[in-house]
Design a binder for this molecule. Structure first.
Ligand SMILES: Cc1cc2nc3c(=O)[nH]c(=O)nc-3n(C[C@H](O)[C@H](O)[C@H](O)COP(=O)(O)O)c2cc1C
Length: 327
């Protein structure tokens, strides 16, 4: 009988961190990342083959997704009782190496870190209608603080007229995208009739908003999309902004996005994305001006109380991790 040795504490810490990383959200569930593990260090790499050529030509959203994976790795290392040491864009001449992360000194995790780490496997994009229940002020502030903690800003569209202006922009950009044959082909390429290891399964798509619905959600052709349902009357929409739009700013935005989403999940809130006005360049400019012209919109979220929807699968850690170099 052969006995397999149990993984060493260092190995299981890295394995947990990678299992957390792959739970990050990504546009059309492309999972545009790869990981390399050596000498107790995780390298986070962009996988350029998985960048959406039409929807995301300069890989901005792919960097947000990788930033979200980086936050999951950090939180998992903290949960394991170590301080994560993170170097973003460590090699100037290596554009695919986005970060190196290694566990540093022992550190007792703060309760908030444990709460966020615990929310990683529970966070899902929920494209279904939310309840007509207001998100209380203390949670709105908490979501704002989550963004600030990662160097970004979450602007809640709660001023008179802001939501209507955003909704009009969303409808226009959603319409522009759906009229674009190349966009439709790309969306179809990443939409799955039967759930697969990547792409968005139709089961994760939401229903169409009943006539008069405020927001246009991206149509993944969900089983429910034939039916029209009433969405929440007064949705809470938030735009995540960063001071700049460099690659570094985008990686930070991704970490902020994920911290906001995890804080929402941990507080019992659901979220879905409304990225169309940021993906269409002209609409992004209008949105930026609308929000004061000082910062760059990176993504928009709809937040509220919902019932859990279908989950979206991932490729395994094994499939996205480069093998350890042989000793
Ligand atoms: C930068 C970014 C933009 C996204 N944009 C949209 C969007 O406009 N509409 C949408 O329904 N989902 C959007 N998503 C959500 C992804 O489709 C989702 O994260 C992916 O399918 C994985 O599913 P999960 O979030 O439930 O794990 C976006 C995700 C990211 C990271």
């Amino acid at each position: 009988m052969t006995m397999t040795a149990p993984p060493s504490p260092a190995t299981s810490l890295i394995e947990s961190a990678l299992a957390a990383a792959v739970r990050a959200p990504s546009p059309h569930n492309t999972q545009p990342w790869r990981f390399r593990v050596h000498a107790g260090r995780i390298d986070v790499l962009l996988d350029p083959r998985r960048v959406l050529r039409v929807c995301d030509p300069d890989a901005r959203e792919a960097l947000l997704a990788c930033g979200a994976a980086i936050l999951n790795i950090r939180l998992s290392i903290v949960e394991s009782g170590r301080t994560p040491i993170v170097d973003l864009l460590p090699e100037r001449d290596n554009p695919v190496l986005l970060a190196t992360i290694r566990p540093g000194r022992p550190r007792r995790p703060a309760p908030e870190d444990l709460r966020l780490a615990g929310a990683i496997p529970r966070r899902h994009t929920n494209r279904r209608p939310f309840l007509d229940r207001r998100v209380p002020l203390h949670l709105r502030y908490a979501l704002g603080r989550a963004a600030v903690a990662e160097g970004a800003r979450l602007v809640l569209l709660d001023q008179p007229g802001q939501l209507d202006a955003f909704a009009a922009l969303l409808r226009r950009s959603d319409h522009l995208q759906s009229e674009d044959a190349a966009f439709r082909t790309e969306l179809a390429t990443w939409t799955r009739d039967v759930p697969d290891a990547d792409g968005v399964p139709r089961t994760a798509g939401g229903p169409r908003a009943l006539e008069g619905g405020v927001l246009a959600l991206r149509d993944y052709g969900g089983r429910e999309s034939a039916a029209e349902r009433r969405f929440e009357r007064d949705p809470l929409v938030a735009v995540l902004q960063t001071p700049g739009d460099t690659r570094l700013a985008r990686l930070r935005a991704g970490q902020a996005l994920q911290r906001v989403l995890l804080a929402a999940t941990a507080s019992g809130l659901s979220a879905s994305f409304l990225a169309q006005p940021i993906e269409v360049p002209a609409a992004r400019t209008v949105l930026r001006t609308m929000l004061g012209d000082r910062e760059c919109p990176q993504t928009a979220l709809r937040l509220g109380y919902g019932f859990p929807g279908a989950t979206t699968p991932r490729r395994s850690v094994h499939a996205v991790t480069e093998p350890l170099p042989r000793k």
